[in-house]
Design a protein around this ligand. Sequence first.
Ligand SMILES: Nc1ncnc2c1ncn2[C@@H]1O[C@H](COP(=O)(O)OP(=O)(O)O)[C@@H](O)[C@H]1O
Ligand SMILES: [Mg+2]
Length: 299
Amino acid sequence: MSVNPTSAEIAEKAATKTVSETVEPQGARAFEPPAQEPAPPRLFEEVLLAVDNVSLRFGGVTALAEVSFDIRKGEIRAIIGPNGAGKTSMLNCINGFYHPSEGKITFRGEARRKMRPYEAASGGIARTFQNVALFKGMSTLDNIMAGRSLKMKANLFWQMLRFGPAMREEVEHRRVVEDIIDFLQIQAIRKTPVGKLPYGLQKRVELGRALAMEPDLLLLDEPMAGMNLEEKEDMSRFILDVNNHFGTTIALIEHDMGVVMDLSDRVVVLDYGRKIADGTPHEVKRDQKVIDAYLGVPH
Ligand SMILES: Nc1ncnc2c1ncn2[C@@H]1O[C@H](COP(=O)(O)OP(=O)(O)O)[C@@H](O)[C@H]1O
Ligand SMILES: [Mg+2]
């Protein structure tokens, strides 16, 4: 393969990724030798987002301390570490919820010290939350449609008249939303208020709402927390499919090391707000600092 793989080559390699058994970080099984050699790493060269020496403080609490890493276009980048390590704070800095106390974040070559959440969203960054954040009384369809609102150009005047350009725009938005509903296989619950859905499906709807923004960078904060094995496998496949079919770059916070190993191209490890490791899943899993801080002692 050439140094710069074509998108077809990338897709082919990505297709070799499979979802295997999931393993919790504290479990001894996490340290069993892999049954086979890991697939060769996918190559990504173009930096989509760069975090440069970012620190974030809340009063006396240092949530992030001088963290630097990058996210390359097309990759699945995992962010792992113990509770309180600063993972969610990192995502909050990336999408403009928080502004770093120091350092800068560069997205598509443009450095931003203060980005507002709506600027991040309209600029192509979408996210899901550690605790599902949906409109519980609204249907699946309407929640995903709400994710589309940033893409809606027609102003209120045209919306009220509801003909001509506004009507055409609405038809187009509906088509995109229906495609997402098909993709995530949630046709059966399209009219159901999301508050009535089991947790795993709520997480899937939330993914749908983020996808409705057609993001270039998708930030997923523990998308599989609280899920059973089957739900985790489903969600893992959807994440891989989003990455493969739409080429969406993904940053993923996840505790399940089995999922991290299966899904991610590279992993950044945080501990007490500091970056302690950065590399392929196999590299970080063997890193003594990561074992000491997060994975636990092999036994
Ligand atoms: N809004 C906030 N105000 C004060 N402290 C915060 C706030 N958000 C996060 N923190 C603190 O920052 C640290 C990192 O938290 P967080 O980013 O949520 O970690 P993680 O997602 O890795 O569990 C914790 O000590 C947490 O208490
Ligand atoms: Mg968190």
